[in-house]
Each structure stands twice: as C-alpha cells, then as structure tokens.
Design a protein around this ligand. Structure first.
Ligand code: WTA
Length: 658
C-alpha cells in the first residue's frame, strides 16, 4: 500500500454504529474488554468452559518456557465430541449442521447433527481398521464435499493429527507436504467439480506419493471418495474406496479423550524461505478460541442463524470458521462446493436467498470482483435475511467495505473486518458487531483477551497516528505451538525480531489512527497476498530456478486492483538458453503451475539481463516493484551497478496473462 493510499485511508471518517436491536441482544458486550483486562486467564478459562471437558485443567496457561505455550494444562477433551455428539445429546440431533450445495445446480444434501455423528463415527471406525491410531499423521486432499469434513472430524476423534492440503496445490506441493508431515494415509477423491467440469485429484496423489517416496517417506494407504465417477488408476495394495470401508463401518464410536496439548492439525503455509512451514495447532486452546471468537465476532445464535463462510477447507479459515468453530457452536451452515460464478454469476446470492443465510464471511478479493460485475447481479436476489457480514484475508479497502455493506447487506448489516493468520489459529483483531462503531477499512481493536500493538524498529509502541510493525504482546489460547519438526525455525521466525520484549511478530505492517484503532496494511516481509492466498516470493523463485533455462529469478508482489497483489517475476536466462525461444514466458509460467499450483502463476514474467543488487549481493525488490507497478524507479544509489535499472526498464515485458 502506498503512502498516498494510506493517508486517504486515514481520512476515512464514516462510522457505522451497531444496529440497536443487535447491540441489545449481543452475545458479547463492551464489558468483555474490561473483564478480560482485569483477568485474562480467567476470561479464557470462562471461554473454555463453553466446551465439554472430560478432565478439567489444572492450570490455564503455562508460559514458563516461552515461546512454547501450553494452555489448559492437564485438561482432556475430544474435539469431535465437542463439535458433534454433544449437540445430539443436548436434543439437537435433528438440527441441520451442513446444507451442502454442489456445484452442479441439481445437487444438494442436508446433513443433520445426528447424521454427522453417524458419518464421523463410521469414518473413525474405518480409519482405525486401516491401521490409523492416536498420533498417526493423515493428509487430506479434497474438494469441498461433506466427506472432507467427516474425514477431518474422524481424525480429531481418534487423535490422528491431520494436514489438509488445498486441492489447488500441485502434486509436487502435495508430495513435499506428505514427506514433511510423514503422512501414513491420504484421504482424497477421484476428482471435484470446477466451473462445470470434473477435474481429477487422484492422479496428483499418485504422483505425490512417488515424490514423497523418493524423498524417503512412504505413504501406506489412500482412501478415495467417489465424487465425479471419473476413471482412476487403482493400486489394490494402497488404494481403498471410501464407500467400501466407510459406508459399511459401524455408525457407533466411543470417543476417547486427549490431552489439551495433543496435536490436532498442521497447516502448511508460505514463509519467507522456499520451504513451507507446518504450523502446529493443538487441541484445547485452539478449540476454545475458535469456538469463542466465532460466537463473539459473528454474534452467532445457533438456534436461528444460518452461517456461511466461503473459504476452502484447505486454508486456515476453513479449519477454524467452517469446521471447528462453527460446529463446536452447533450452528447450521452452508457448505458450497464450487466457484462463485458457476453456473452463473449470481450463484452465491442465489444460495444466500435459498438458504436464508444470516451471517456471511468472505474475502475482499471476492467482493472486489463482484463490484466489477455491477450491483444488478446481487440486486436480483432477496438477501434480506443477512444480518452480519465478515471479511478476512487481506486489508479491505473502504470502497469495497461500503459496497459490501450497502449492496450485499442492504445498509443494515455491520461489517466485521477480521485480522488473523494461520499462526494465530483464530480471529485476533476485529470489531464486535454489537459494540463497535465500525470504520470502513479498519480492523479496529484487539478482541477481549488478545493484546496487540504497533511498534517501531526498536519494539517501542508508536503513538496514535503513526505506523509500524504489528505485534502480539501476550500468548493466546489458539496460538501456534511450533513449526512441525522445527522448534528453532519457530523461534527465529516469530519471536526473534522483538526478542527483548517477548513479542510475537506477525509480519504485517499496521497503523494506529488518532483514536488508537488499527489499520492493517499488509506484509512487510517477502510474503505476498494474492486473492487472500499467502504466497512466498522465495518459493516461487525456487520454482523458477528449477527450470533448466533459468539462471536467476526475483519475484515481487505488485499491487493489483483485483487480487490485492499479483506475482511479477524477473528472470535471467542461462546463456545456453539464448532468448529462451518463443513462448518462454508461458513455459515458465506453466512450470510454476506444476511446481506449486495455479494460484502461484505469475501475472507477468519479464526476461531481464541483470537484477538490481546491492554491493553485498542482496536483490533490491523495492526497485523491481517500481517497475512492476509501472512507477518511476526510486533511489538507485545503493546499487552495485546503477545502469542496471535502465536495462531492466527498457527490457521487453513479457505478459503471461491468460
Ligand atoms: C493478511 C488468513 C488485513 C495478513 C486468516 C496476514 C489481513 C495474512 C486480514 C494471514 C485483514 C488476513 N486485514 N490483512 N482483515 N486478514 N490478513 O495465514 O497479511 O492465510 O498476515 O490467514 O493475511 O494469511 P493466512
């Protein structure tokens, strides 16, 4: 975000007070901030009491050995029991848990909590029969079908940590995760539907298994859901059909209790190096904060609300705000398999009207693309059921916020801009819909029980009206516990920048306005945010350099009106590759696609003779960003060779947009 946009933002002075009726009946009132400030641990203990524990904790927080936290020490619980069985036992077995909507317009399925209990129990029994038990890592690589949720909950039920890999990732990306996680079993499907066509998933799993195997780890079994019916290769020693083992399994299963710090899942996310980080979340603290924040920020009333989060279960938002938080709260929710514009551009709004959705949670990039299509499309649908709108994944610009509120929310609904990360596990900074007067573009303040600040280079909090680094100043229940298998990287990545102060460094820049409200500005490290997806510049650079024609590559995130940021790559070819030949940009772009996945595909690839470097050899990305954003190139005095920027600016820009 440029300084100019920033000052425009800070002149934004519209305010939206909470609707009176909502404020009066809000789950969480202003007093929560004071309660939490007076007794943080007591506040979180009360939030944990909302769950069912088979053994109560002895201690709320163990922070004796920072940055390694333990929450609800000595407590025991079962996550799946909390998300499913207890709602049935409370007499809500007939409540719909999931209104599943298939992408093909004629496919839909309603799953009640009683159905969910039977399905999860069957899947748990089937996993057990396939040799999976407590502590055995399971990977899940699936489209947005109910079986994906059954699989996650079945793993949680038997204490097998899962890692869900986004279905849009390539076989390479899946393979490296299978190896790093040491997955014993993969749950997948033959394929999924995207924009009306069936696309295969199983072949990527077959290939990923080979990749993992070459790296020294063998995946034992693959459990395959039949979704599209497409032809798949089947290895009888490894592959087994879901309908063969799960459908025939018993719908009864007694959940075992697990320690509050038992690993629940690992979510891989991009960091500043080439290798994705496995973010570890554990049981009691994670579920406490997911469930509590979901109830708090969305003012969730499980008896009457219909909730819909449009994220994919392959990302943290899908974990915390489709699976664990909402189901722990016993809500009715929509799960949609497909893309927003299939079979037609009003599909999402049609679903909101059909299912009478009351709380809707999506990403700014989606809102911006709907803005571009024009309000006529949503205006054709009755969305008067909506009462709260949420935003996540990247800064929401005031224009998009206002459009979201006016056009989708009929100027009635508060918009909650929720800031958090894979690492934080749950929402950290957000308005409360019944308390906060929202400012378009601001995530406002840390939630009760959460401590955030903006600090300067020395770790000193900046005064109101200034910017700096966003930090979290005290541990929180759903915090990551470590990076899977790499404690040192955990310390270095998050806790070393402000070691003396003991702050967690989020990697984001932020500004405090004159009222002390927070405006998150985006990453200050080498992480990009493209359409709300986190991508690492280094990871894409490594992918490019692995191509035989490439000598060197530098990647930057350039501002993009639709996707927030877009990937722009500068590539030096090897001498023997000449000019790379016709179609070189497409060739390299396709290579990134197979190495990582379509989401990492550069918007533009420029073949350049040199890269701008300092005398110590560090690539000056700032200058490349100037070129990518078509600005006048900034100060080049620290360059080892100041003529390079002229060469680059004059060079042929090769576009790879399709
Ligand atoms: C960005 C997604 C501004 C931020 C839940 C963060 C946001 C990264 C917001 C985490 C927001 C997320 N306003 N920026 N409301 N929400 N971000 O791990 O840069 O996929 O560090 O988690 O997204 O992305 P992740």
């Amino acid at each position: 975000m440029t300084e100019e946009t920033l000052s425009n933002l800070l002149h934004e002075n519209r305010r939206f007070e909470p609707p009176a009726e909502l404020a009066a009946a809000a789950n969480v009132k202003a007093s929560a901030y004071d309660d939490a400030a007076a007794d943080r641990e007591g506040f979180w203990a009360a939030a944990a009491e909302r769950l069912a524990w088979t053994k109560k904790w002895d201690r709320v927080l163990d922070w004796d050995n920072p940055p390694f936290a333990k929450w609800f020490v000595g407590g025991e619980l079962n996550v799946a029991y909390n998300c499913v069985d207890r709602h049935v036992e409370a007499g809500n077995g007939d409540r719909v848990a999931i209104h599943w909507v298939g992408e093909p317009a004629d496919e839909a399925r309603d799953i009640t909590y009683a159905d969910l209990q039977a399905e999860v129990s069957r899947a748990a029994n089937a996993l057990t029969s396939l040799g999976i038990g407590k502590g055995d890592p399971v990977a899940i690589y699936m489209p947005m079908i109910p079986e994906a949720i059954f699989a996650m909950l079945a793993c949680a039920r038997i204490g097998a940590p899962h890692t869900v890999v986004f279905g849009g990732f390539s076989a390479e990306a899946l393979g490296s995760r299978l190896e790093d996680f040491k997955a014993k079993l993969v749950v997948t499907s033959d394929g999924g539907y995207r924009r009306g066509t069936a696309s295969a998933l199983k072949p990527a799993v077959d290939e990923a298994r080979q990749i993992s195997s070459r790296a020294g780890h063998d995946v034992g079994r693959v459990l395959v859901v039949r979704r599209t019916g497409q032809e798949v290769a089947f290895d009888e020693d490894v592959d087994v059909w879901w309908h063969d083992v799960v459908d025939s399994a018993s719908p009864e299963h007694t959940p075992e209790s697990f320690d509050s710090e038992h690993p629940l899942f690992v979510m891989y996310t991009s960091g500043t190096t080439g290798k994705p980080k496995g973010i570890l979340h554990t049981t009691g603290g994670y579920l406490t904060q997911c469930a509590f924040t979901h109830w708090e920020v969305f003012d969730l009333k499980p008896e009457t609300d219909v909730y819909w989060c449009t994220a994919d279960i392959g990302w943290i938002t899908g974990h915390s705000y489709i699976v664990y938080g909402p189901l722990a709260n016993g809500v009715t929710q929509v799960l949609y398999e497909g893309t927003p514009d299939s079979p037609e551009r009003g599909r999402w709004w049609q679903i909101i009207a059909d299912k009478k959705v009351t709380v809707f949670y999506t990403a700014p990039t989606a809102i911006r693309s709907f803005m571009k299509q024009g309000r006529e499309i949503p205006d054709r649908h009755d969305m008067s059921s909506l009462r709260i709108l949420g935003s996540v994944g990247e800064p929401i610009n005031p224009e998009a916020y206002i459009w979201y509120r006016l056009v989708i929310g009929g100027d009635r609904t508060p918009v909650v801009d929720t800031w958090w990360q894979t690492e934080t596990g749950a929402i950290m900074i957000s308005p409360l819909p019944g308390v906060t007067a929202g400012k378009p573009g601001s995530a406002m303040t840390a939630l009760p029980g959460v401590s955030a600040d903006v600090v300067n280079d020395e770790g000193v909090p900046v005064p109101h009206g200034s910017g700096g680094y966003l930090v979290l100043t005290s541990p929180w229940p759903s915090m990551l516990r470590t990076i899977w298998g790499d404690d040192q990287r955990y310390i270095d990545t998050y806790w070393s920048r402000f070691r003396d102060q003991g702050f967690y460094f989020a990697g984001d820049g932020a500004k405090k306005d004159e009222d002390g409200d927070l405006w998150v500005l985006g990453r200050v490290d080498d992480v990009m945010n493209v359409s709300g997806h986190r991508l690492s510049t280094t990871e894409i650079e490594s992918a490019l350099v692995s191509h035989p024609k490439v000598a060197e590559a530098a990647v930057v995130g350039a501002t993009d009106p639709d996707t927030g940021q877009a990937v722009v790559a500068f590539v030096i070819l090897r001498e023997n590759a000449g000019d790379g030949g016709e179609g070189i940009a497409k060739e390299l772009s396709d290579h990134v696609r197979t190495q990582i996945g379509p989401i990492a595909k550069p918007r533009q690839i420029m073949i350049v003779p040199e890269l701008p470097k300092t005398r110590s050899g560090k690539i000056m990305r700032r200058l490349l960003r100037d070129v990518a954003e078509k600005r006048e190139v900034g100060d080049t005095t620290t360059l080892a060779d100041s003529t390079i920027m002229e060469l680059i600016s004059a060079g042929q820009a090769t576009s790879t947009e399709d």
